[in-house]
Design a protein around this ligand. Structure first.
Ligand code: BES
Ligand code: ZN
Length: 636
């Protein structure tokens, strides 16, 4: 099939000084729904169901077994099937005919691509050419380097006695543990049988049974259709504690009680979300707390969000991540971006819904504070992301879908939806939200399908203050439109003002009302300190407010970025402790970056990284190595 290259080729998150504003290339309709990050030819076959039968081998760090794909024929003439794989060893391929017997099939691997992996091409035996559905079974094993899987030795778990395995399939890593059509445009149901060492428990993005017998054989069923990036598995010394009727938490026993406390509001969040966004379609909603190397804050695996243990601050101050992952049960998991270029439909919508949930469950002020912090991150991203990629729906054909435009999909997407809410009023917008999730439930859509729907259902209302051209500006232009609503928070404004008056010596440290402040206000205070604060003043601050010893990972992140940028060496030992305590990329990468770019500490940053490296996830390692590479290029 002919593939049209219509856009500028733009690569990854770049250090692009965006003084000039480039006008994006015009949108060519023929390319809109095309997923550039899959080999699968979904014009010929579409998968409906997956049966997995896998054994988990911690000694060889491999999964082995079979995947059976039930596929629907779209093209009556197709004689081959192309699937995505990465580092998989395919041992055998066979089809089941209608009469139930198995027919061996020829298969070969195509050329490997750095980002996309390796296409697997299976020939369909002539006898099956006329069948409408086909059932293909692949025997295979994964590589210890599978990009979706992290195999942790006992030392890197909370308990220190049992190994742990977890997957992270988004964006295009499912193909490294299952041969399949790895594109969000295809939705499948799945069943799985997972064999583990008998003392361990397996959980999946499926119908986990809190009372499952621990015997090393676990059966799963996922009756709702999901895109491949939501396939998920974890195996370890995992136990369960209930939170509410439909909700609970899985973790190692060492963190179970703390987790049940931290996330106690999850059932309320779920019930609140249902009243606002429509019925929760997935049955149970549980949380899995992973070891520290889990590279993200959270991952919205259906029925079982995966979470970093760095959220265990002891005061529920970081649970916006849970609100976020829960909200993905609507935005993302129920209505899915058709390609990664449309990722704002997942992440922007989810950031907006997260904020709405935080407002109802906690307070308007709390939601406003988090919006201001997100806005600040957005401004920082606008400084470094290529303008072409600053559009919500950018042209995006090359590069890596895991990391191409920072947090623009999140925070710009959130501001776009706040803008739309403002255009018609909250009541009308809430009605729109419910209809949207209902009309597109279990579907995948592009930004353009959304735009047409928005136009028809909302912008064409006589009371709408926004027209289609204004919406298009958000989708296709860099930066923010002039009439965007900028988030603000009184409590954060006060904290920023205190940072200024304290920096200039007008007030004493004991005059700062920190006991009234939220952790978010504290972070904003740290970000607002005068750029040339003396070492003495920084020391005074650290002693009085205890930043270097904080239990709150986000305050630690904020503080140690400043410590590194300002070369405040007395806190370097604590900074290194921070880098070794957490593995979440967001918490460590910017600290390495600040060190690497402060003009003196690139070597030191490398040494600290060498000491911490073995506890990080491969994705985290890769992104830190990129920081060093760029810092070096800028140096020389
Ligand atoms: N789906 C994302 C995580 C993700 C994004 C994995 C892109 C792979 C590729 C998840 O829902 C997420 O957004 N996590 C955030 C949470 C935060 C924005 C509240 C994170 O991990 O920081
Ligand atoms: Zn998300």
């Amino acid at each position: 099939m002919h593939r049209k290259i219509v856009f500028l080729i733009v690569t990854s998150l770049t250090t692009f000084a965006c003084t000039q504003r480039e006008t994006p290339a015009p949108i060519d309709d023929s390319s809109l729904a095309r997923d550039y990050f899959t080999f699968a030819d979904t014009d010929r076959f579409v998968t409906d169901h997956l049966d997995l039968n896998l054994t988990v081998n911690f000694e060889s760090e491999q999964l082995h077994g079979s995947a059976t794909l039930t596929m629907r024929r779209i093209d009556p003439d197709a004689a081959e099937i192309v699937l995505d794989t990465r580092d998989l060893t395919i041992e055998n391929a066979s089809f089941s005919s209608n009469s139930g017997e198995s027919v061996g099939a020829d298969f070969r691997l195509g050329q490997t691509h750095d980002v996309m992996g390796t296409p697997l091409i299976v020939s369909i035996p002539p006898a099956l050419h006329t069948e409408p559905d086909i059932v293909l079974t692949l025997q295979y094993r994964t590589s210890p380097q599978a990009t979706a899987l992290q195999w942790l030795p006992p030392e890197l778990t909370a308990g220190g006695e049992h190994p742990f395995l977890f997957s992270q399939s988004q964006a295009i890593h499912a193909r490294s543990w299952v041969p399949l059509q790895d594109t969000p445009a295809v939705r499948i149901t799945y069943n799985a049988t997972i064999r583990t060492p008998p003392e361990l428990l397996a959980v999946m993005s499926a119908n986990n049974d809190p009372g499952a017998e621990r015997d090393g054989i676990y059966e799963f069923e996922m009756p709702q259709r999901i895109p491949s990036y939501l396939l998920a598995l974890a195996v370890g010394n995992i136990y369960f504690a209930p939170i509410g009727e439909q909700t609970g938490v899985y973790s190692e026993p060492e963190t179970l009680e703390a987790s049940a406390f931290e996330f106690a509001d999850t059932q309320t969040m779920l019930e609140t979300a249902e009243t606002m966004f429509g019925p929760y379609q997935w049955g149970r909603y549980d949380l899995l707390i992973l070891p520290p190397s889990f590279p993200f804050g959270g991952m919205e695996n259906p029925r079982l969000s995966f979470l970093t243990p760095s959220l265990l601050a002891g005061d529920r101050s970081l649970v916006a991540v849970v609100a976020h992952e829960l909200a993905h049960s609507w935005s993302g998991n129920l209505v899915t971006n058709a390609t990664w270029r449309d990722g704002w439909l997942n992440e922007g919508w989810t950031s907006y819904l997260e904020s709405r949930l935080m407002e109802v469950i906690y307070s308007k002020e709390r939601a406003a504070e988090e919006n201001v912090l997100g806005y600040r991150e957005l401004l920082l991203d606008f400084e470094v992301v290529n303008p072409v990629l600053q559009a919500l729906a950018p042209p995006f054909e090359t590069g890596d879908p895991d990391d191409f435009q920072g947090t623009i999909h999140y925070h710009k997407g959130n501001l776009f939806l706040q803008y739309l809410e403002n255009a018609v009023g909250r009541e009308a917008f809430d009605e729109f939200i419910g209809r949207y999730f209902n009309d597109f439930a279990f579907g995948t859509i592009t930004s353009e399908v959304f735009l047409d729907y928005l136009d028809e259902k909302l912008l064409s209302l006589p009371e709408s203050k926004v027209n289609r051209a204004q919406a298009e500006q958000w989708l296709y232009k860099p930066g923010l439109p002039d009439d965007a609503l900028i988030p603000s928070s009184d409590t954060l404004d006060q904290a920023a003002a205190m940072a200024v008056t304290w920096s200039s010596g007008e007030i004493d440290i004991t005059d700062i009302p920190v006991s009234d402040w939220s952790p978010q206000a504290m972070m904003h205070f740290i970000n607002s300190l005068d750029a040339d604060l003396s070492t003495e003043k920084l020391g005074e601050l650290d002693v009085a407010l205890g930043f270097s010893d904080t239990r709150n990972a986000e305050i630690g992140r904020t503080w140690f970025i400043q410590v590194a940028q300002r070369q405040y060496r007395p806190a370097y030992e604590k900074l290194e402790q921070h880098l070794r305590r957490y593995g979440r990329t967001r918490l460590v990468r910017p600290v390495y970056k600040a060190l690497a770019e402060n003009g003196s500490d690139l070597e030191l940053a490398r040494e600290m990284f060498a000491r911490a490296r073995s506890m990080y996830h491969p994705l985290t390692i890769a992104s830190i190595e990129l920081v060093f590479k760029r810092a070096e290029e800028n140096d020389g």
